[in-house]
Design a protein around this ligand. Sequence first.
Ligand SMILES: [Zn+2]
Length: 355
Amino acid sequence: MRDTSNPLSARKSVLTSAVSSVTPLGQLLRNVSDNLPHNYSRRRALQLLMGSACTCCASVHANQLAYDLDVTEIARGTWAIHGRTEYFTLQNGGNIVNVSFIEVPDGVVVIDTGPSRRYGEALLHLIEKTVPGKPILRVYNTHHHPDHIFGNQVFERGSLAAPQQVIDNIIAEADGFSDNLYRLIGDWMRGTTVVAPGVALESDFEEVGGRKFSLFYLSGHTSSDLAIRDDETGVLFTGDLAFYNRAPTTPSADIDGWLESLKTLASLDRELILPGHGLRDERGGSLEQTADYINWLEESLSEAASLGFTMNEAMAQPIPDRFTSLDEVQTEYERSVVHLYLGLEDNLLPAVTVD
Ligand SMILES: [Zn+2]
């Protein structure tokens, strides 16, 4: 016999039967409202039904969420997980970033940690499978953007390292990024919290587990961007200072500083570049393409602002043929107008004094 004196037990009992078979919504609603105490309205019954049904769907969905991380050995003992060259979606779960790990004589070094706790766990699993039994000695964050840092919490805080400005940026902005990512990728983010690195980098290089890594303190994609070179293999990890065949993102950009940093990166000895997004690059094409794109972005938006175009008119400008094959270019261009246009207008247009 059903105890209907308690609305919650009535709800549980009714909903268990209501969602256990395929029944039209109207019938489900009648079942629910017929079995609830008299002071429950049909609207409340519908809320209960829809709420419970969504909870069921969400938990089924959550069980299906698993990152399928593909690993490629890009140099001896150096593995890259190439994310999709897309924007964050519910489908990709934020697996849109290049994350890498390197076997050094006494352990493993990791560069960036991906967009969520769940990604971090998949990354740990992949490292253990690829390089079994080796301790993770160092985890670098190249910058504070969310696709690069939200796997941090699965690693020892004392192994996480970044320049002080990156740490400060994480502390200042990562909570906001987290809220936004929950909106963009939903349940993939479940259980993700912000963890800032415990080690502030200062020196030009580190010896980690018997391997020397050169560290380059740059900026422009954000106010602090770390590039890392494995001096043994010559692989240069640029973070998001370089994109390859994927349009660069600009939410925190200073274009002139970014162009300077790209010049510095181009001058470095190296064997191979792993950009923050896009495929590995043997010849430096990622540096040239990124510089070309952000230079065009600044020039064309400056011209539009000087001509008095509105933001919408600037967004409607054509993208040159040489960039139209870049993934996400139209979306990123429009986002860049939002990020950059008001600042350019402030700099370029004369101030009008109203007496
Ligand atoms: Zn990124």
